[in-house]
Write a protein that binds this ligand. Structure first.
Ligand SMILES: C[S@@+](CC[C@H](N)C(=O)[O-])C[C@H]1O[C@@H](n2cnc3c(N)ncnc32)[C@H](O)[C@@H]1O
Length: 218
């Protein structure tokens, strides 16, 4: 419950995403902590007709974009109010389902396979990777893609407690090299971790990681 409370507090403090971005689009995918910055959904490959799972889907804005592109999308978030926000804003878009669940529990219980699994500043950053990555790998279909982003580790990192007042959320800060090695040892192929520099005038970069589930290997 402590974890749910922490994320509910976070959800209450968030400013809702704008109605449209700099290009005037009503939906878009944002991998970084900055608006109108970073790559778009094309790093995921084709989306039409694909099944997508977002771990820590928040208010559903990223997933809603993928659903408008023809993907069949499922979002999972531990905070019940996030599901309510997502359904209120995006419930009219076909191919979009939101669940309230802790992602480790969800991955253990579901028998569904997904072509794409993503986590944007989400549970891949907040869950012990040696246990979490194999669970994700099991739920990826052959040839499927995992993609996630978070802030790169800082110099003084170790396992850091975030959400200052809540003190309930642990963050697993890993470097690009550590992620690629962890992914390879968890059964993923072609692991790739890139640092996306911040926009001009900002100082925090973003780490964007992708890996594949090789066909024929589980
Ligand atoms: C920093 S927010 C990012 C939300 C969304 N991905 C976005 O980019 O706007 C992290 C989200 O992950 C959810 N979350 C964190 N840990 C979780 C867990 N173990 N299981 C399910 N959801 C979790 C939180 O409730 C929160 O909505």
């Amino acid at each position: 419950m402590e974890l749910v409370d922490a994320w509910e507090r976070y959800a209450r403090e968030r400013t809702p995403r704008r109605e449209s971005n700099a290009r005037g689009a009503a939906t878009w995918l944002n991998w970084t902590q900055y608006p109108d910055h970073g790559p778009d959904e094309s790093i995921l490959g084709p989306l039409r007709g694909r099944t997508v799972l977002e771990l820590g889907s928040g208010s559903g804005c990223n997933l809603a974009h993928l659903a408008t592109l023809g993907a069949d999308c499922v979002g999972v978030d531990i905070a019940p109010s996030q599901r309510e926000r997502a359904v209120a804003r995006w419930g009219h878009i076909p191919g979009l389902t939101f669940h309230t669940a802790e992602t480790t529990d969800y991955l253990i219980r579901t028998d569904a396979l997904f072509d794409t699994i993503l986590s944007i500043f989400g549970p891949v950053w907040f869950t012990e990777p040696e246990q979490f990555l194999p669970l994700i790998r099991k739920r990826l279909s052959p040839g499927g893609v995992l993609a996630f982003s978070h802030k790169p580790p800082q110099d003084d990192r170790q396992t850091v407690t975030t959400l200052r007042e809540a003190r309930a959320v642990t963050r697993w800060d890993r470097s690009p090299e550590e992620w690629t090695s962890l992914l390879a040892s968890s059964g993923f192929s072609q692991p790739k971790a890139d640092i996306i520099p911040p926009p001009e005038g900002h100082c925090g970069a973003t780490l964007l990681v992708t890996a594949h589930a090789e066909a024929g290997r589980a």
